[in-house]
Design a protein around this ligand. Structure first.
Ligand SMILES: [Zn+2]
Length: 318
């Protein structure tokens, strides 16, 4: 049976999966990344994981069509090189060749956020569309852009950084060195910060009770639970956050006019809170609001598996 292998390389775990060529996962498995360690050890672990998964399904490793890897940082997709990845301490690591030497398989490499978008495009919310932008809300704001069935990587593999366009020149400092990046207002980290700041002035808020009296324990889930309970502070925080999202997402839609705008990250499961207001805002303020074809704004479908499935499908055309 022809199958493909996807690897999602993170700072904590190396997650892997075996999929058929349509992106249906047959098995997943993972290993600890165990940082700090040399790149050779990581390549060894990726090869070990590939072998372990193939033998669990009693498939010869040589039957795999390819291995796809999503790696953090900037990646040269043509040479299979991780140019720079801060958390792995990688600088110009030819990870593609290293895994190819250890497995005998063709290796495709991509940036992890782009690869997750590729998965969502091929097998999730973007399936069947010609263009899709995926925006993932988490610790930061990540994403990927697929135009005419091709991933946009930029000239050095660091393109489609959708969290780092500036929405407030005088705004909050961003870890990229700029001020006022969208990520500083649209990430879940930003939502939590906005909630804890509001809590300081509202001792009566349910947020305190739901966080066990400790502002450091506020999470996206806690905020949405307080919002659902009708807590006034939480409702205001969420409304303000959604307003930032609307501005950012509509700007992105104005630039790309994608057929599908897909919102990823655990929080996007709450389509009623996030996706519906985005649709309304874009219909009112989007540049193409009077055009007959409107972008479809959707929640992601693959969630935690998008990285593995996207990596597994890296060797495939859309
Ligand atoms: Zn930034």
């Amino acid at each position: 049976m022809r199958y493909c292998i996807g690897i999602d390389l993170g700072g904590t775990n190396i997650a892997g999966g075996i999929a058929d060529l349509d992106g249906n996962l047959l098995l997943t498995d993972s290993l600890k990344t165990d940082l700090p360690c040399p790149a050779e050890d990581i390549a060894d672990r990726i090869a070990l994981l590939c072998r372990r998964m193939a033998s669990a399904l009693e498939l010869p490793l040589s039957d795999a069509a390819w291995v796809g890897i999503g790696a953090p940082g900037s990646v040269d997709v043509d040479t299979g090189t991780v140019l720079y990845a801060n958390n792995l301490e990688f600088s110009n690591v030819p990870l593609g060749r290293m895994v190819q030497d250890r497995t005998g398989l063709t290796v495709h490499l991509g940036n992890d956020a782009n690869v997750a978008a590729w998965g969502e495009y091929c097998a999730g919310a973007g399936k069947g569309s010609s263009s899709m932008v995926m925006l993932t809300l988490g610790t930061g704001v990540g994403g990927g852009v697929v135009l005419n069935g091709k991933l946009l990587t930029g000239c050095n593999g660091a393109g489609a950084e959708l969290g780092h366009f500036v929405i407030d020149m005088q705004g909050r400092e961003c870890n990229c060195g700029l001020r006022g990046c969208f990520e500083q207002y649209g990430s879940v980290t930003a939502l939590i910060r906005q909630a804890t700041e509001a809590m300081a002035g509202h001792p009566e808020s349910r947020l305190w009770e739901l966080a066990g009296g400790d502002a450091a324990k506020v999470t996206g889930k806690v905020i949405l639970a307080a919002y659902d309970a009708g807590d006034e502070t939480a409702v205001q925080v969420v409304r303000a956050y959604v307003q930032y999202l609307c501005i950012g997402v509509t700007s992105i839609i104005n630039i790309f006019q994608p057929e599908v705008l897909c919102l990823g990250g655990g929080i996007s499961r709450r389509g009623d809170v996030l996706v519906e207001p985005l649709k309304e805002y874009n219909a009112l303020h989007g540049y193409g609001r009077s055009c007959p074809k409107q972008p479809r704004i959707l929640s992601a479908k693959l969630f935690g598996d998008a990285g593995i499935i996207g990596a597994a499908l890296l060797g495939r055309d859309a």
